[in-house]
Design a protein around this ligand. Structure first.
Ligand code: S3P
Length: 433
């Protein structure tokens, strides 16, 4: 990943932009439909490296895909008919692929080997392997990829208890195993992590009840394939929302964005900083709330981000840190230790980026203290992390005009979740103000 991109400081952002499909929902639309026997059409699927990883792994178990533009038809024999993979399941950079598919693998009567890139190989996996072992799956003793999961002995027990971290990846892994267990499961969530898996499986006929933080799953229901229309990704829209919100004079529309309350913390944080963000035309699309988002630029002020807001704005925290960098006053982020185990250590990489751009940032174990100031163009590294590359672009746009451009190293990391990011940046910058 040797690419380098230079971004000049920019003015207000105007116009309308449809961002690509939601990454989390795309993974789940593929995986959940792979479990059912039959055919489903997924419209608006995100075409990115992470979703390709999920498709390649499912294909090794016997699932077929047919692509027509941004519509993908999933054709599956159903989980009962999956066959042993010929090769290891290479999840690339994708934590969602490896963790969700590990739960599926625990319900299969053979061994599946998982691996990923250098970043994925450093991420903690006992958080999924231990619960699977507690349900009766044989699992590797390693704590990181590469590892194997072998469901040959059958999942004799259900899961019963609280998950160790507020993580949708861990929760979804356990849910996929619970669908195939010999007993019912009760999963208690420590925080409001995204619930796309529960929504789609419920629509497909899984026996799943949700009562506050408790999810009960009774195995044995037959899943029916379900067409899905994937909304635009709020995590992708967030870069433009933030870039527009922090630049007075901006006026931007982002149509058809998924605004699931467990994903929309970025809107709450921006509002708490004084931004004007409106949701229009709120509607339901394939069981998910969707809206057209309108953002107007303003002068922002510092805020505090902690507790459940961390879970609902998790992937947007590096970009929100950029908003904090130009806001008036201090922003504190607490309870965000999970950022340390993402595609990069996002507390360290965000701190390094903002410091290089002239901002005073203190990092501590579970967050950051950012003193609002003036961003200056600099040379920064994405560390191969897609969210850092895109946050750096937002910082570059908001930097002082006379401070010069920002060079972003390893800029092609955006291919993980938003391959058209640089093209969209170019488009938005060229809308006449
Ligand atoms: C995701 C869940 C989150 C998020 C990741 C995608 C998902 O991770 O950071 O980008 O699709 O389930 P955790 O659930 O591990 O916190």
């Amino acid at each position: 990943m040797a690419s380098e991109i230079t971004v000049d400081p920019g003015g207000p952002l105007r116009g309308e932009l449809r961002v690509p499909g939601d990454k989390s929902i795309s993974h789940r639309a593929l995986i959940c439909n792979a479990l059912a026997s039959g055919e489903a059409e997924i419209r608006g699927l995100l075409d990115s490296a992470d979703c390709r990883s999920t498709m390649a792994c499912l294909h090794q178990w016997g699932v077929e895909f047919e692509e027509h533009g941004d519509t993908v038809v999933v054709r599956s024999p159903g989980q009962d008919e999956f066959h042993p993979p010929a090769d290891e399941l290479d999840c690339g950079n994708s934590g969602t692929s490896i963790r969700l598919l590990s739960g599926v693998a625990a319900g299969l009567p053979f061994r599946s080997h998982f691996d990923g890139d250098e970043s994925l190989r450093q991420r903690p996996m006992r958080r999924v392997l231990d619960p699977l072992a507690s349900m009766g799956s044989a699992v590797d003793s390693r704590s990181t990829a590469p590892y194997w999961v072998d469901g040959s002995a059958g999942l004799t027990r259900g899961f019963d208890g609280e998950i160790a971290v507020a993580s949708a990846q861990v929760k979804s892994c356990i849910i996929f195993a619970a669908l195939r267990a010999g007993e019912s499961s009760r999963i208690v969530e420590p925080g409001p992590s995204r619930d796309h898996t529960e929504r789609i499986l419920g629509a497909m006929g899984a026996d799943i009840d949700i009562d506050g933080p408790t999810i009960r799953i009774h195995p044995g229901a037959t899943l029916s394939a379900q067409d899905v229309e994937v909304p635009a990704d709020i995590s992708a829209a967030a870069y433009w929302m933030i870039a527009a919100a922090m630049t007075p004079g901006s006026e931007l529309s982002l149509p058809g964005v998924g605004v699931n309350p467990r994903r929309s913390g970025v809107i709450d944080v921006l509002k708490s900083m004084g931004a004007t963000v409106e949701l229009q035309n709120l509607r339901d699309v394939s069981g998910e709330p969707v809206a057209d988002i309108r953002v107007r630029g303003a002068s922002l002020h510092g805020t505090r981000i902690d507790g459940d807001l961390i879970v609902t704005a998790l992937d947007e925290l590096p970009a929100l840190a950029v908003a904090a960098a130009v806001a008036d006053g201090v922003t504190e982020i607490h309870d965000a230790e999970e950022l340390r185990v993402k595609e990069s250590d996002r507390i360290a990489t965000t701190t390094a980026m903002l410091t290089a751009m002239g901002i005073s940032v203190e990092d501590w174990s579970d967050g950051m203290r950012i003193v609002g100031g003036r961003l200056r163009g600099a040379s920064v590294d994405s560390h191969g992390d897609h969210r850092l590359a895109m946050s750096a672009a937002v910082a570059a746009l908001a930097s002082e005009p006379e401070s010069g451009p920002t060079t972003i190293r390893r800029a092609s990391a955006v291919d993980i979740s938003y391959p058209t990011f640089w093209r969209d940046l170019d488009r938005l910058r060229h809308v006449p103000v």
